[in-house]
Design a protein around this ligand. Structure first.
Ligand code: XBP
Ligand code: MG
Length: 262
């Protein structure tokens, strides 16, 4: 049975609640600045989030809701809109608008201090990860991560497992010596297909997703003074995720075949 050696974190919706008041707002501002009357409401964005990747999401939106839209070079337009959206999103991060979720910073700090390897496995653009960490985590924290697997570094985004395979290769670790943290069914499908046992922390956009196969489903990572709610999994006396609890869960999971991979 492998020892727990690394924690692999998704970003959007997991480490920070970035979608409703971050990415979505940046998309809408980029559309308005381009003279487009496209507006992604909070509810429409719930549907659009089923498509991972901002560029892929814009293309899906056009195909689904703007079939009459015509432009000389759609690829170029989407790339330009997404580049501007990323700049706007990073301004929101710099303004401190997007905090980390409860317990996320505490767990990252403890895992780093106790020598666990840390990796990021996200669909969002790498520059968004650096900006989030620069403005919402400790100043030197980016150095805690041995791999930042992000965005277009793989051709097939979540729910494909490619980003997890990429991160495991960079860490030179087997899937069974890692735990993953995700917030969505797309993310869970990606991690499970890569063979990584996964803990889900839900949010307002993903609470009703299918999390079959997750090791546990929680409302957040928990803090000593703010207990998590265990939605799926053994409750026990734990009130927040820490390295000891993760090691116990990992050891217990190692004895059990990974299920839920489809
Ligand atoms: C979530 C995503 C990303 C973001 C937008 O990524 O699917 O596309 O919504 O970021 P994850 P980009 O949950 O895997 O972190 O516009 O840079 O794609
Ligand atoms: Mg996510």
């Amino acid at each position: 049975m492998s020892q727990l050696e690394a924690l692999l974190f998704d970003v959007d919706g997991t480490l920070a609640d970035t979608e409703r008041d971050g990415h979505r707002v940046a998309f809408n501002t980029a559309f308005a600045n381009a003279g487009l009357d496209w507006h992604w409401s909070v509810e429409l964005y719930r549907e659009l989030l089923a498509v991972a990747g901002g560029k892929e999401r814009i293309r899906h939106y056009i195909d689904r809701y703007q079939q009459d839209f015509k432009t000389a070079d759609l690829d170029a337009l989407i790339a330009e809109l997404h580049k501007h959206k990323t700049q706007l999103y990073r301004q929101l991060l710099a303004a401190g608008k997007i905090p980390f979720r409860p317990g996320a910073k505490r767990l990252l700090r403890q895992a780093h201090a106790q020598g666990l390897k840390l990796g990021i496995v996200t669909t969002t653009a790498a520059e968004n990860v650096y900006a989030l960490f620069e403005h919402a985590l400790d100043s030197n924290a980016i150095g805690w991560f041995e791999v930042i697997a992000a965005g277009d570094v793989v051709a097939h985004k979540k729910p494909a497992p490619d980003i997890y395979h990429y991160a495991l290769r960079k860490l030179a670790l087997d899937a069974d010596s890692c735990l993953a943290f995700e917030d969505s069914s797309n993310g869970l499908r990606a991690s499970l297909q890569a063979g990584v046992q996964t803990i889900v922390v839900v949010n307002d956009y993903t609470y009703d997703h299918d999390f079959d196969g997750a090791l546990a489903v929680l409302d957040h990572f928990g803090e000593p003074e703010k207990s998590f709610t265990m939605i799926v999994g053994e409750v026990g006396k734990s009130r927040y995720l820490d390295v000891d609890l993760l090691r116990r869960w990992h050891a217990g999971a190692s004895a059990r075949p990974l299920h839920g991979t489809r």
